[in-house]
Design a protein around this ligand. Structure first.
Ligand SMILES: NC(=O)c1ccc[n+]([C@@H]2O[C@H](COP(=O)([O-])OP(=O)(O)OC[C@H]3O[C@@H](n4cnc5c(N)ncnc54)[C@H](O)[C@@H]3O)[C@@H](O)[C@H]2O)c1
Length: 429
């Protein structure tokens, strides 16, 4: 696949930027990667991969001769015309997206009619229009602008980049949109070529819809608990309907991560700022907030007061196959448990380093069996394969109590019960 292709710049080397950069290098482009994090750029230059993402290390290694890392945006401007922007857009206190990193990139780019920004960062609908107004005010009218939202999933980001369900390119004419389409052409993915505002909205609406699906099945799970139905059976029956589909119908302890919570909130705020009250998203967020706390109620029902009780949390990352702890359900769960006086031992195969930066007052275990030693209850928080494959006889032997809460409905209840343990899932009989 490595035919020489047009060089590109990628601004921001996080989960999206690094995968995008390595992916386009794999397709044959020289890629200039720019980040303001000096330590990160040094690590990347040494060939170290600062994040955990399956397949990324190999991809970076294989394409190292085509990848250049720098803190100076001038390096990208010199070699490339298209500058993919993949900086963070975290939530502000108001729930709106914080666009300060995006604005910093715009400030750093001089007037030019050779260059274009390609927005990969998730930004509110209307950002492209306001940034092109800023270009005009700053005498940078010659800069092109393309919205090219990113849909990769952490944990399978490399695969997703190389096999996207679709590529969305929003522009208002000019060379840059065509150049982006050409860059993606080897992937043979369905293309949605549209205007900038619609491209921006595709991203926000997609994440909001997926989050809605999760909150919906979580509410069904909660009703199942009251009525005797089993949500796993219900979801299977629903998911076989083509119009519904099985994906994102797994009930559990709520969604987290760097995207869903902030993007749903940002769309809700965007609607509100435009004069529309997006009631459905308000409910989706409320349901998710409550869902993260429901495990506490289950623990209390079985154990009574949690003060002094030892709880083992298995998995901490917001989902398996990533070290990303942003908005992870484990953060809410551990804070609530500590507030109730419980003692926590936690294990995660890769996210411990990130978790230590965010959580204090808990013991980090070096293996799942260490974590469950002497535990009154075990909670499966993240469905890492290693945790699904646990020997429950050994777990039972190590625990003091017998309660296993399956926060992801991912365990085999029979295997857990066969070990003499009490199994409780989310909305499961
Ligand atoms: N992570 C995902 O799964 C995912 C998926 C789709 C879209 N997105 C969106 O992509 C964007 C990036 O997300 P991420 O998870 O990769 O973020 P990240 O926090 O992992 O990475 C952002 C990087 O940008 C760098 N940066 C910040 N300001 C900069 C500047 N002025 N110049 C150069 N570099 C700068 C940071 O140092 C960091 O390395 C966000 O808008 C996010 O919503 C993320």
């Amino acid at each position: 696949m490595s035919v020489a292709r047009q060089p590109i710049g990628v601004i921001g080397t996080g989960y999206v930027g690094l995968v995008t950069a390595a992916g386009f290098a794999e397709l044959g482009s020289e890629v200039w990667c720019i980040d303001i994090d000096v330590a990160k750029v040094e690590r990347l230059r040494r060939g170290e991969v600062p994040i955990y993402e399956p397949g990324l290390e190999e991809l970076l290694k294989r394409n190292s001769s085509r990848m250049h890392f720098s803190t100076d945006i001038a390096d990208a401007l010199e070699h490339a015309r298209l500058l993919f922007v993949a900086v963070g857009t975290p939530p502000t206190y108001s729930g709106d997206a914080d666009l300060s990193a995006v604005r910093a990139v715009v400030e750093a780019i001089p007037a030019s009619d050779r260059h274009a920004l390609v927005m990969k960062s998730t930004v509110p609908c209307g950002t492209g229009a306001s940034l092109t107004r800023v270009f005009a005010e700053q005498g940078k009218d010659g800069l092109g602008y393309v919205s090219c939202p990113e849909f990769l999933k952490e944990g399978s980001a490399v695969k997703d980049f190389l096999n996207p369900d679709r590529v969305v390119v929003g522009d208002s004419g000019g060379w840059a949109g065509d150049a982006v389409v050409e860059l993606y052409s080897p992937l043979d993915a369905p293309l949605v070529r549209t205007d900038i505002a619609s491209a921006e909205m595709v991203k926000l609406a997609s994440n909001a819809f997926l989050a809605t699906k999760i909150s919906f099945i979580n509410e069904i799970a909660n009703v199942c608990e009251e009525t005797g139905a089993d949500v796993v059976e219900v979801a299977r029956g629903m998911g076989l309907d083509d119009r519904i589909g099985a994906k994102f119908l797994q009930a559990g302890i709520g969604f987290g991560g760097s995207c869903f919570p902030k993007d749903v909130d940002a769309l809700k705020q965007l609607a509100g700022n435009s004069g529309y009250h997006f009631q459905l998203l308000t409910a989706v967020i409320d349901v998710n907030d409550l869902q993260k706390r429901r495990v506490i109620g289950k623990l209390q029902r079985h154990l009574g007061s949690l003060a002094g009780k030892r709880v083992a949390l298995l998995g901490l990352a917001f989902k398996p196959n990533t070290d990303d702890m942003r908005e992870a359900s484990s953060l809410v769960l551990s804070a609530r448990l500590l507030a109730d006086g419980a003692r926590i031992a936690a294990y995660d195969p890769v996210a411990e380093e990130q978790a230590r930066l965010l959580v204090s007052g808990i013991d980090f275990a070096s293996s799942p069996l260490d974590a469950v030693e002497g535990a009154d209850a075990v909670v499966l928080v993240t469905e890492w394969q290693e945790l699904l494959d646990l020997d429950w006889q050994k777990v039972a032997a190590a625990m003091k109590g017998d309660l296993v809460i399956d926060g992801r409905n991912a365990l085999d209840p029979e295997a857990v019960r066969a070990a003499g343990l009490v199994y409780e899932g989310i909305g499961r009989r």
